[in-house]
Structures are given as C-alpha cells and as structure tokens.
Design a protein around this ligand. Sequence first.
Ligand code: SF4
Ligand code: SF4
Length: 129
Amino acid sequence: MSMDFLKSLYYEFLSHFVCEKIQYKIEGKCNQCGECCRQIRSHGMKNEKDLKIMQFFLPHYKRFFIKGKDEDGNLILSCIYLDENGKCKVYNKRPDLCKNYPAKIINFNGIMPEGCGYKIIKKDFKDYL
Ligand code: SF4
Ligand code: SF4
C-alpha cells in the first residue's frame, strides 16, 4: 500500500469532518453529460487492492469499478448505476459524494472531465486575504 493511497484515504475521511475549506472557485453549471460518473479520477489509488480497502472503509465506493488508469497510474473508476443515457439509476439515493460534486472541500486536483459544464478556478493565497 503506497503512502499516496494512505494519504488519499486519510483526506477522504477528513473531508467528512472539516467545515467549508474552499480551495477552488467553481463557475458554470452541469449539462448532465454523465462524464463525472463515467470517468471518476482517483488520487493515490493505484490498483484493485487499494480500491477494495477503500470499499471496506467507505461502503458507498462499492458502486465503483476500475475503468483504467491516468498518466500517473491513478485508477479511473466508473459507476455501476450509470445508465446508457448517462443518467443515474439511483439519483434520489445517490451518496453525498455525488450530491456534492464538484466539491470544494476535497482535493480532486481541480481536474474536471472533458466536456464538463463547470470550470474550476484555483484560488491564490492572496484570494484568502
Ligand atoms: S461532467 Fe460536469 S457537466 Fe457532466 S454530468 Fe458531471 S458535473 Fe455535470
Ligand atoms: S451513484 Fe449515480 S451520481 Fe453517483 S457516481 Fe453513480 S451514477 Fe453517478
């Protein structure tokens, strides 16, 4: 198990307890393309074992399966509840992780899927002053 993965697990837990800690400014709106459910970028999860550990600690991750890897070897996941039209089959029961996407309080590196209607603007230190 890599240090990156342990950090990622730690931050995932932490994100449930920290109050609003804005790292990004988010503009735009969702055009319901479904890409964020089709290609979910992970950070620090490198293999199936890492995903299984995440699923053990956070059962809502059980809906995700491995679709591929990014250029840094991080897993790209997809969701079993995404239908062929890019819609969520369990929309009313989707987890907070999905309801809050794109969340400002977790570190997702500010990378949005291609075609996403949202634009992420990283804030500088001076923006907090
Ligand atoms: S990728 Fe962006 S625009 Fe597409 S469904 Fe997800 S949040 Fe909405
Ligand atoms: S549960 Fe629904 S909203 Fe969440 S990733 Fe799966 S398809 Fe997308």
